[in-house]
Design a protein. Structure first.
Length: 189
């Protein structure tokens, strides 16, 4: 078991290290876009499925409450938390429409839609991002290296790994870095 633990640790570190180093410019640009979104009084709408839904909620909480500094709340919303909305859309239309309809109802031009899909092919995430783009929202996607998400967003963060666990670990590290940089940018720590 110890060898397996250490192999997981080393692989996780390696994937995250390569991902961050290969995307420094894009991460900086994404943080500036997030800060600009909040500065202009717009909001960030975040969504995904399964573990990515949990990451969406985690990221929204970091923006709304605080990350590392005391500061005013930032307008972020996880589109994964309202069970009545999710189940009514899923029942009346399709599970594939759960994010798209929320983007259409809640999104406004110059808001930012952040879709998270480990595979990059989650249809509901793709449809949500497609709607966001057509409505004039800026778009950001967290995914692996495969899938459609990477080709349809303004900011594509694609983790080069075939392991769902390693991709998700990299996504949450990225989310924390973006939160930190956004706070620093807006509140001049």
């Amino acid at each position: 078991m110890r060898q397996s633990i250490l192999e997981s640790l080393e692989t996780s570190i390696s994937v995250k290290q390569n991902f961050i180093r290969n995307n420094l410019d894009l991460i900086e640009k994404g943080a500036k876009c997030l800060a600009d979104t909040f500065k202009k009084g717009n909001k960030v709408l975040i969504f995904g499925n399964g573990g990515s839904a949990a990451d969406a909620q985690h990221l929204a909480a970091e923006f709304i409450n605080r990350f590392q500094m005391e500061r005013p709340p930032l307008a972020a919303l996880a589109l994964t938390v309202d069970t009545s909305v999710l189940t009514s859309i899923g029942n009346d239309y399709s599970f594939d429409d759960i994010f798209q309809k929320q983007i259409q109802g809640l999104g406004r031009k110059d808001d930012l839609a952040l879709g998270i899909s480990t595979s990059g092919n989650s249809l509901n995430v793709i449809q949500g991002l497609r709607s966001a783009k057509s409505m004039g929202l800026r778009t950001m996607g967290f995914s692996g290296t495969r899938g459609k998400v990477k080709d349809m967003v303004d900011f594509a963060y694609c983790v080069d790994s075939s392991s769902t666990a390693r991709i998700q670990e990299s996504h949450i590290l990225l989310a924390h870095i973006l939160c930190d940089l956004t706070e620093r940018s807006l509140f001049n720590e």
